[in-house]
Design a protein around this ligand. Structure first.
Ligand code: PLP
Length: 233
């Protein structure tokens, strides 16, 4: 199968303008301020060149799902763009926790006690504390990362006690093909119960629905960078 050509600078800039306009419109429809919804541009599998095009179009927040890929792309870009923010959005192995803590500004996929241990240990060693989000497996899908719904309250409380305000919120990926709205509503209610302000939810296909349910961060890949050159997960 031939790979799709990488989108050029003009296409990425135009896509960003369009996605930002859709975010702003969805926020206004929900009675929210557009600037209260942050766009995380998901650039996994796309080359650093594509990230540069987005940076040139004033995008500063990016999402990667693999630590190794992020470590290869981002340290050099960060030297040029010190205000760049990197979110790790993929399931995280404990043996990658130290690299994750070293390079990420936000780790969105804290989902089990052993990973909390590994992150706490890495924070000690690296002297660096990223913002943390807990991923909830709102569909209770066996193959998916994220803490099960029934275990979420206890895990959130334990992480809050351990990490304090560095634990900022929750993240979810609704089951493929399901109506995402009840999943977004569940996550928003869970965050409210715990006084957590950050809600990372919504991707290219459903970010407007997520904003209607209170998303503060939407993670958008395809609508900005085009189809991915290879399957990412
Ligand atoms: C790939 C990915 C996205 C972006 O998905 P698109 O459908 O390309 O917008 C968002 N969140 C996570 C966790 C992802 O892995």
């Amino acid at each position: 199968m031939p790979e799709p050509p990488p989108p050029d600078a003009a296409a990425i800039a135009a896509n960003l303008v369009a996605v930002r306009a859709r975010i702003a419109a969805a926020a206004r429809r929900a009675g929210r301020a557009p600037e209260d919804v942050a766009l995380v541009a998901v650039c996994k599998t796309h080359p650093a060149e594509a990230v540069r095009h987005a940076l040139a179009a004033d995008q500063r927040r990016f999402g990667e799902n693999r630590v190794q890929e992020a470590a290869a792309k981002f340290p050099a870009l960060r030297v040029e763009y010190p205000d760049l923010r990197l979110h790790l959005i993929g399931g995280l192995q404990t043996n990658k926790a130290r690299d994750a803590v070293r390079i990420a500004d936000v780790i969105e996929t804290l989902d089990r006690p052993r990973l909390a241990d590994a992150i706490a240990d890495a924070v000690q060693r690296e002297g660096r504390m990223p913002t943390l989000l807990i991923e909830v497996n709102t569909g209770d899908e066996p193959q998916k990362s994220g803490v099960a719904r029934g275990e979420a309250d206890a895990f959130i409380a334990a992480c809050r006690a351990r990490f304090g305000d560095s634990l900022a919120g929750l993240m979810c990926i609704p089951p493929l093909g399901a109506d995402p709205a009840p999943h977004f509503a569940w996550l928003a209610a869970c965050a409210a119960r715990h006084g957590l302000s950050v809600l990372s939810m919504g991707m290219s296909a459903d970010f407007e629905t997520a904003i209607a349910h209170g998303a503060t961060h939407v993670r958008v890949g395809t609508a900005i960078f085009g189809a991915r050159p290879q399957p990412a997960r």
